[in-house]
Design a protein around this ligand. Structure first.
Ligand SMILES: [Zn+2]
Ligand SMILES: [Zn+2]
Length: 96
């Protein structure tokens, strides 16, 4: 039988509830919101993205290096001057 599972985000303290038969891991969406004003932030894409356009396959031996090459997502809140840039990550919350 499905039931309500819940957990609390360690980042923002929000309680998340889902209907699920089993414990589950979800991502809290608080990283999308500005910590200063609470407004929803826009995705910020830096113009310079070094090292991610290198040829695929050349670096297979460096397995760990390839994970470093993933683009770090940044969010920006334009309500501030200068704009507020956030590097918050999605916070995983275990619901049970
Ligand atoms: Zn949160
Ligand atoms: Zn803001």
């Amino acid at each position: 039988m499905a039931r309500i599972v819940e957990g609390t985000c360690r980042e923002c303290g929000k309680t998340i509830r889902r209907v699920s038969k089993v414990p589950m891991l979800v991502e809290c969406d608080c990283y999308l919101y500005c910590p200063l004003c609470g407004g929803k932030m826009s995705v910020y894409k830096p113009d310079l993205t070094p090292r991610i356009y290198r040829t695929e396959g050349d670096y297979d031996l460096l397995g760990e290096a390839s994970s470093e090459a993933t683009v770090e997502s940044l969010f920006v809140c334009l309500n501030h001057d200068p704009p507020h840039y956030s590097t918050r990550k999605p916070m995983e919350v275990m619901l049970k």
